[in-house]
Design a binder for this molecule. Structure first.
Ligand code: PMP
Length: 386
């Protein structure tokens, strides 16, 4: 039996996604820039996906650009906007719990002479819109805030933040990393006053290496690469057509079932949490179980247990979880997110992230609870003896 609870790292591609990929490999293999029929047929299909993504965000088709995923969307947007608006100022704002594909871009820009304010989060992993408002200066040109934190599931108040930013100055560009929320939570670029937004395909059951970037009409972005002019010059290089068509299928599927899936994963997550809380002593939720956290992610500390040991014990049972972000876990560093929330080292080192998809069931959670209970008991017993 395999129970996959690492859906914030990546999701299993849907069957329709795989079929769309194969259709491009075997039939629609033309280059969308070619003038002949093989080019035109795939170009038309890509256009349909662009429309679907645009509809899902409430924007125009011409405001959607296909990229290789969340990392590239964040890079193109943050670097490109900072450079395009440098003449208006050199101050940028973000939070200290962003994904490395945002944080490291800001660090790079700092090395290039930009000034960056990193906003602190509270113990629940959120930023206060008024604290952010106070950080704005007349030199601020860009603010980047994630919608859902990938380690804790905390939903950041981007709607209120968008309003604060535009109240301070409508000229400041507002970028949102929506990699963990797109297709899962309500998101409306018009209503939330978002100027730029990153999407990743493999978090919503499409394949890896595809994503999208929304950029509001009129917002300037200096392209990172020079090339043949694809994606209106913003992301040049022949389009990854198979993955884009797969993304289209994933978008269709997740938006037609968004509310049902969200309600389902919420029940699954709460069942797991209740089971752990009621049967295993000294466990702490990093955050809370309320609606300020995404139903797709929960982060729990099993005090006195090294998370990595528990992770590998669960792996023996076919249960896959994570110690935090997949992108930083290989660096063997303590989670910068949990640290920013003020957690002590021992709590951080005993924290596991469980992240859900529509495929998870209550029966699976019952088994996971039983296995965690056994492993935590065994590990704590050994630790006591040492
Ligand atoms: N931002 C967040 C919040 C993420 O969780 C991730 C993926 N872990 C990314 C950006 C990067 O996305 P991708 O893997 O598509 O490059």
């Amino acid at each position: 039996m395999e129970i996959y609870l690492d859906n914030a790292a990546t999701t299993k591609p849907r069957e329709e996604v795989v079929e769309a990929n194969v259709r491009v490999f075997s039939e629609l293999f033309g280059n969308p820039s070619s003038l002949h029929r093989k080019g035109v047929e795939i170009e038309k299909e890509i256009k349909k996906v662009r429309k679907n993504v645009a509809t899902s965000l409430g924007c125009a088709d011409s405001e959607v650009y296909f990229t290789s995923g969340g990392t590239e969307s964040n890079n193109i947007s943050i670097q490109g906007i900072a450079k395009a608006y440098l003449k208006n100022g050199n101050h940028l704002i973000t939070t200290n719990i962003e994904h490395p594909s945002v944080l490291n871009v800001f660090r790079k820009l700092e090395n290039e002479g930009f000034k960056v304010s990193y906003i602190d989060v509270d113990k629940n992993g959120s930023v206060s819109p008024s604290q952010l408002y106070e950080a704005i200066t007349d030199k601020t040109i860009l603010i980047s805030i994630m919608h859902v934190n990938n380690e804790t599931g905390r939903i950041l108040p981007i709607k209120e933040i968008g309003r604060k930013i535009k109240k301070a100055s409508p000229r400041i560009v507002f970028h949102v990393d929506a990699t963990q929320s797109y297709g899962k939570l309500n998101l409306d670029v018009e209503n939330f006053l978002i100027d730029s937004l990153s999407i990743s395909g493999h978090k919503i059951h499409a394949t890896k290496g595809v994503g999208a970037l929304y950029v509001r009409k009129g917002v300037k972005v200096s392209p990172l690469y020079a090339g043949g002019g694809q994606e209106s010059g913003l992301r040049v290089g022949t389009e990854n057509a198979s993955a884009i068509l797969g993304l289209g299928e994933a978008v269709k599927a997740c938006f037609s079932n968004q509310h049902i899936t969200r309600a389902h994963v919420k029940i699954v997550k709460e069942h797991l949490f209740d089971g752990i809380k009621n049967t295993i002593s000294t466990t702490v939720i990093n955050g809370s179980i309320d609606d300020s956290f995404s139903p797709y992610i929960i982060n729990i500390a099993f005090l006195g247990v090294k998370a990595e040991v528990l992770l590998h014990s669960l792996e023996q049972d076919g249960i896959y979880v994570s110690t935090g972000s997949a992108c930083s876990s290989t660096n063997n560093m303590q989670s910068h997110v949990l640290k920013a929330m003020g957690l002590k080292r021992l709590q951080i080192e005993s924290s596991l992230r469980f992240s859900f998809s529509r495929d998870n069931t209550i029966e699976e959670m019952d088994y996971v609870i039983e296995r965690i209970k056994k492993h935590v008991y065994d590990i704590r017993k050994i630790v006591k003896r040492i």
